[in-house]
Design a protein around this ligand. Structure first.
Ligand code: SER
Length: 326
């Protein structure tokens, strides 16, 4: 039986990953964890442990208690929130990851840990950003992710830790909202379109960023974790691409379903972050090494997002009666 610990399990990626793991694998025990206590985890068949990843003793205790063999390490502070609290961002993203890698070394665990397009910076080629290129981030988040990639590479080379990583683009999903990222506009816009028929976007209309739909992101994680170790040639982190679009193109796609939807633009500090990130990523290495390919284009993402969000609209309240999904 696989015994998996997921850190940050109630976050944007964690909540979808846990659901998929439980669906796809019969012989599996998933231990969810996060800093917050959730009342819905009491007296349920699912296991949830309160865990701050900067607490290495508690981490070891949970690993021993559940005989964990694999960790999906998703706890982290994203780019915009990181700028508001750089010390917290460093502590969680770097010291937390180091604790995970140390545990992986001691207990011989397999690890997945996400990196990000935020490792790149203003000096990186913006189009067809290569796997190996200049990494000169301007955000503390990006700095923690470069450090994290180097730590992963080091633990793999020096100690033989089986750690695998992906440089995620912005992730679009409907189950759990993202928290504190620069690419969050591409998720917020759907809720605002449904609730108010209007969105004030915090990046300019011409801001083009790499994005991925959650089912593709989860498929990439699971595919990477299942491939034979000998197929993996990158132990820092793989470039991962799906699609790229501008904020204006996203608005236009939503307007196909919802012609009265309007968007205005009031760029804030997140614009400066987005301006340093790539527009289009070259992920040839991932495609070559483990056969990565995405399924969802912009039209498919918008269709699926609106369909699912309108179904769960009672949770967040659809106020805009003009929206009709066929
Ligand atoms: N989506 C993340 C963010 O915007 C990037 O990895 O911070």
């Amino acid at each position: 039986m696989k015994k998996i610990l997921v850190t940050g399990s109630r976050g944007q990626v964690g909540s979808d990953l846990v659901a998929t793991l439980r669906q796809q694998y019969r012989e599996i025990r998933v231990v969810e964890s996060g800093r917050r206590n959730f009342s819905d985890t009491i007296n349920q068949e699912f296991i949830y442990e309160v865990l701050d990843v900067t607490d290495s003793k508690r981490l070891s205790k949970i690993i021993e208690q559940y005989q964990v063999d694999t960790i999906y390490h998703l706890a982290g502070v994203l780019s915009a929130k990181g700028e508001q609290n750089p010390q917290l961002c460093w502590n969680v993203n770097v010291n937390g990851l180091r604790n995970i890698l140390e545990a992986a070394r001691s207990y011989q665990l397999k690890v997945f840990c996400p990196s990000s397009i935020a490792v790149f910076g203003a000096n990186t080629p913006k189009f067809q950003t290569p796997q190996v290129t200049i990494e000169s981030p301007s955000t503390i988040y990006g700095i923690t992710k470069v450090t994290g990639e180097l730590l992963c590479q080091y633990y793999a080379d020096r100690f033989g830790v089986d750690v695998r990583s992906l440089r995620f683009p912005g992730i679009i999903s409907y189950k759990t909202p993202p928290g504190g990222g620069t690419t969050d506009f591409a998720v917020e816009i759907f809720y605002q379109a449904l609730q108010h028929g209007h969105y004030t976007c915090f990046v300019r209309p011409d801001t083009r960023l790499p994005m991925i739909y959650m089912p593709d992101a989860i498929a990439a994680i699971l595919q990477l974790m299942e491939v034979e170790p000998t197929s993996i040639t990158v132990r820092s982190s793989y470039n991962l691409a799906a699609i790229s679009f501008s904020a204006a193109e996203l608005v236009a796609e939503i307007q196909k379903y919802f012609p009265n939807f309007t968007c205005d633009y009031q760029p804030d500090f997140r614009q400066a972050i987005a301006d340093t990130w790539p527009a289009v990523i070259d992920d040839a290495q991932a495609r070559q090494d483990w056969g990565w390919q995405h399924s969802y284009d912009l039209t498919a993402i918008v269709t699926d997002m609106l369909e699912h969000l309108s179904l769960k609209s009672s949770e967040f309240g659809v106020l805009n009666s003009e929206f009709v999904f066929n």
